[in-house]
Design a binder for this molecule. Structure first.
Ligand code: NAI
Ligand code: ISE
Length: 334
């Protein structure tokens, strides 16, 4: 059975996911789209033989739509995810799940009340081959316990709309989820340092930022977020274990020797760096829906990420270490 997908938000990543579903994902097809940018979305709908809906709510309610993908702006995610749960439809929501932990909690509560996991959050790092192999190596037991992680999340540039808190809510949110999943431990506390600001940033963005996490067993994680690094899209994750260091390599296929230099390329952007992870993420999501066996990052993962995000905002504002206390994970998510 081919699953009919409705996509809300047909901007940059929305269009990518639409082409991914129609061109690369087995068992699914985009049948409906919606966006407040009516002209562009109508033209897109026509080009892929899908129906345009004037509102996300109408799209969700339509019998042309079995499952929903939310790729609209961050502040609109919560309303569409709640609406999809109301209709009992599976929903894939790009990160962040909601703007704050209260919003994420409303989604968790709605899902628990519905009685079934319907929500997957777009934490695609969990589908990246490098992170998957890193997790297997850490938990193989061969290298002893992980003690420290040194990580970086660098983008070449950020525009004027990207402000200081977005380094956490829009960018570090990926590591907040991925690193907790990697070491299989929750965070106990966070700190945030503001190093010297790059001249390439603008007045509303302090860039770079240094985030420090401590997990419940005491693993210390440092994460540099630098969104105007200029030289490319660069993701680092080095795990120092008791008897080894295991780290991500830059995913490249060729090396060039020329002009007395020996070099490999750095990915230009997140689209290129995580291309295969996004593809795999969608294939597994569709398969999970077909088999009714859900395996992806849940609303609870989105909620715990948002608690950590809020603690980091507090750490930045106060300059202090902030402790994190998580509630017990509800049965539905175990
Ligand atoms: P974008 O600005 O290119 O596209 C967002 C689209 O949402 C726009 O076309 C806009 O008109 C539409 N929109 C806004 N409000 C709406 C509403 N109420 N109903 C329907 N449509 C609405 O942004 P982009 O880069 O595509 O990001 C979209 C989402 O995806 C964001 O939440 C972002 O955080 C997330 N994202 C995730 C990435 C990942 O690596 N997983 C990468 C990039 C973005
Ligand atoms: C963007 O929204 C993403 O999700 C990318 O993966 C991330 O690298 C970038 O910093 C965000 O702005």
């Amino acid at each position: 059975m081919e699953i009919k997908v409705g996509v809300i938000g047909t901007g940059a990543i929305g269009i990518e996911h639409i082409h991914r579903i129609n061109g690369k994902t087995q068992g699914a097809r985009v049948t409906a789209v919606s966006d407040i940018n009516v002209d562009a979305a109508t033209a897109l709908a026509k080009s892929i033989d899908a129906e345009f809906f004037a509102t996300g709510e109408a799209l969700i309610a339509s019998d042309q739509v079995d499952v929903v993908v939310v790729t609209s702006w961050d502040p609109t995610h919560e309303q569409y995810v709640l609406e999809a749960i109301k209709h009992g439809k599976y929903v894939f929501c790009e990160k962040p799940l909601a703007m704050d932990s209260d919003g994420c909690r409303r989604i968790v509560d709605a899902e628990i009340a519905y009685g079934k996991k319907l929500v997957q959050v777009g934490f695609m790092r969990r589908y990246d081959r490098g992170y998957i192999e890193l997790k297997e190596a850490i938990h193989s037991g061969k290298y002893g316990e992980p003690l420290m992680l040194h990580c970086a999340h660098r983008n070449p540039s950020a525009d004027e709309n990207y402000t200081t808190p977005m380094a956490i809510s829009n960018t570090a949110i990926h590591e907040i989820d991925a690193l907790r999943w990697l070491v299989e431990e929750d965070y106990a506390s966070v700190q945030l340092l503001l190093p010297k600001k790059t001249r390439n940033s603008h007045k509303d963005l302090h860039d770079p930022q240094l985030l420090i996490f401590e997990t419940t067993s005491g693993i210390t994680i440092d994460l540099e977020v630098f969104v105007n690094c200029r030289f490319g899209y660069d993701i680092k994750c080095d795990v120092v274990c008791e008897e080894a260091e295991i780290g991500l390599t830059d995913p490249t296929y060729i090396r060039t020797k020329a002009e007395e230099r020996n070099y490999t390329a750095i990915s230009p952007d997140w689209q290129t760096r995580f291309l295969e992870a996004y593809d795999y993420e969608f294939q597994i999501w569709v398969q999970a829906i077909q088999e009714d066996k859900f395996t992806g990052p849940t609303a609870w993962d989105g909620y715990t990420a948002s608690i950590t995000m809020m603690a980091l905002h507090e750490a930045r504002e106060t300059g202090k270490k902030v402790n994190i206390a998580l509630e017990t994970c509800p049965d539905i998510y175990l």
